[in-house]
Unconditional design. Structure first.
Length: 392
């Protein structure tokens, strides 16, 4: 659920990783619209529009499709560049492209923005959410937008995929919140999904993780400018939003990587001794970076994404075992060994249930110092296992 584009620092870090793998792919952002979209909550959104992009060529049988589902703060830009001069490739450019683990010489790789994307003000993000105009009022939805779930994200993607005449997915692969979507795809459309890869993911949210996610929502709700979601005609709750983005970044990183990325800590800095209202080098660095990035996000969108993740259980059934009983796809789970956000036990829980159901899931842990973010930074360390699983 989480990852990338949460702060300026985050963007710089991903950019430095992607730069090692100079992308040869040039991609175009496209738009898809579906009408009268019925949500899991029972409400109908008159019009839903999302962005999407694709890499590789769709074969005549339309059976070489791999769907990439993105994380909490990400978008559909999974690989390649929009122009040759773009400073940054897509977040998984290390594993998506000609001859890479997800080989675009073989596969048609498709990726879409989600509903209520966290960063709707980024130039290449296309999404419908609380900041969108409600056709009934001519004003932004705000909290009148219906609560949406991971299943709703999947159902919008299903509408996109079927509109292209695609009725079979060779694989669905996603990291973090994307892993929830990948697993939900395999439970919601079991006859359509042949392989599922969950990277830094979970089968269901537990009380610990739900409460951790709630910490992301509270600073926004406590910002006076939030005004119960009615801020589109006034000042956005950017202070609360910046605090949320900082917390997301910190929780997504292991202390080793976070400390290495922080400025050197002074001993008894003068300003900190003068007043408790003054910052410290680390807090000024991280909160300052988040404040610069906050205008690209939308506070209500963040709240809706938090709730979608909090509500997740694969299959959207009363219990995880019932949801997983629907899965027919071959499955591979790749949690990060040092993940403190979606800890490996959450993936192991799903794996154990699938084993009890005689479904032979595969499991391997990603090692590294970045914690949850190893699902992006160190995904190439599992390139061989990923390629073998996809090609088998």
């Amino acid at each position: 659920m989480i990852l990338r584009l949460t702060t300026l620092i985050f963007i710089m870090a991903v950019s430095s990783v992607s730069a090692v793998h100079a992308s040869e792919l040039l991609v175009e952002k496209k738009s898809f619209t579906t009408k009268n979209f019925a949500t899991v909550s029972g409400e109908v959104i008159p019009e839903v529009t999302i962005g999407w992009e694709a890499y590789g060529e769709l074969n005549e049988a339309k059976d070489n499709v791999i769907l990439i589902t993105h994380f909490f703060s990400g978008n559909s830009h999974a690989a390649g560049k929009y122009t040759p001069n773009d400073p940054q490739s897509g977040y998984w450019d290390a594993i998506i492209g000609p001859g890479k683990a997800i080989d675009t010489n073989k596969y048609y790789v498709l990726s879409s923005d989600t509903l209520v994307n966290a960063f709707p003000h980024l130039p290449h993000v296309i999404t419908t959410g609380p900041a969108s105009i409600n056709p009934k009022t001519g004003k932004p939805y705000g909290l009148d937008f219906p609560v949406v779930t991971i299943r709703d994200f999947v159902n919008v993607q299903h509408a996109l995929v079927t509109s292209l005449g695609i009725n079979k997915l060779h694989a669905v692969v996603g990291a973090s919140m994307g892993s929830l979507q990948a697993l939900e795809w395999s439970a919601a459309y079991p006859d359509m999904v042949e392989r599922m890869v969950s990277v830094i993911g979970a089968g269901a949210m537990d009380a610990w993780t739900i409460t951790a996610l709630e910490h992301w929502a509270r600073p926004i709700k406590l910002d006076p400018n939030w005004n119960h979601g009615n801020y589109y005609d006034g000042e956005a709750p950017l202070q609360g939003l910046a605090s949320t983005l900082t917390m997301i970044t910190q929780q997504a990183m292991h202390p080793v990587a976070f400390n290495q990325s922080s400025p050197k800590q002074e001993t008894l800095p003068k300003a900190a001794l003068e007043s408790v209202t003054n910052g410290l080098p680390a807090t000024d660095f991280w909160f300052g970076a988040a404040a610069k990035n906050a205008p690209l996000a939308d506070a209500n969108h963040i709240l809706y994404l938090v709730r979608a993740n909090q509500l997740f259980v694969a299959g959207h059934e009363q219990d995880l075992a019932t949801g997983l009983s629907k899965v027919k796809a071959k499955t591979l789970f790749l949690p990060a060994k040092n993940d403190l956000l979606l800890q490996p036990y959450l993936a192991k829980q799903a794996v154990e249930i699938l084993k009890e159901q005689d479904k032979a899931p595969q499991y391997a842990e990603i090692d590294g110092i970045f914690g949850h973010l190893d699902g992006v930074y160190n995904i190439q360390s599992k390139a061989t296992e990923l390629a073998e699983f996809i090609n088998q």
